[in-house]
Structure formats: C-alpha cells, structure tokens
Design a protein around this ligand. Structure first.
Ligand code: SF4
Ligand code: SF4
Length: 102
C-alpha cells in the first residue's frame, strides 16, 4: 500500500503548523510563477506546487510552465507541471496513482 510519505516531496507530514507556514513562505519566496507566461498578474499566493495552496481562481489558459527551472522544483525533486491549473504536486501524484489503479 502506498503511504503519503512515499510522495510527500515537501516533507509536510508530521510538520507543526509553524513549520508548515515557514516552509510555504519559503516556497512562495523562491517561486518563479510571476515570471511565467501562464501567470495572470495579481494572483496570489503563488507556490501552487505546495500541498494546500490550491489551484488559481483566475488562471485558466495554460501557455507554458517554467516550474522545471525553479529552485523549489529542483530542491524538492518535483515531478509535475502546471500546478496553477492542475493542482499541487501531491494532488497530481494522487490522481495519477488513482488512474493507474491498484
Ligand atoms: S515549482 Fe512552480 S509552482 Fe512551485 S514554487 Fe516553483 S515556479 Fe512556483
Ligand atoms: S505553476 Fe507553472 S504554469 Fe503555472 S504559473 Fe507557475 S510556472 Fe507557470
């Protein structure tokens, strides 16, 4: 059986609320989304790859995704893209697991 910890790339499992907030702030600080052609000015918070940020309410058209050039992406060994429209790293991994079956 697959456990959350198997794809918890940000290591959020077991974090205190304070640690979680600190990690999220760090992700948002280093996030490159505002330089991305898909990004719609004014949307916040960015750092859409992080577990509970959620997708954007105003970004709908996917143009290009520059996540793979982001330090957060490399540091945390992320696997997906278009987090702003498709949901977080954890969420996309869970969807993929469900679709690939038991
Ligand atoms: S990987 Fe993408 S969504 Fe995550 S912080 Fe970097 S640019 Fe932002
Ligand atoms: S998640 Fe990817 S596509 Fe969306 S704004 Fe960030 S870099 Fe661009």
């Amino acid at each position: 059986m697959i456990e959350l910890s198997d794809f918890d790339r940000f290591g959020v499992e077991g974090m205190t609320k304070e640690e979680y907030i600190e990690k999220q702030e760090d992700v948002v600080k280093n996030c490159l989304c505002m330089k991305c052609p898909t990004y719609v000015k004014g949307d916040a918070p960015t750092g859409y790859c992080f577990p509970l940020v959620g997708t954007s309410r105003i970004i709908h058209a996917e143009k290009n995704c520059i996540c793979e050039t982001c330090p957060v992406y490399k540091e945390n060994e992320l696997d997906h893209t278009f987090y702003c429209t498709r949901c977080s790293e954890l969420c996309q991994t869970q969807k993929k697991q469900v679709l690939s079956g038991p």
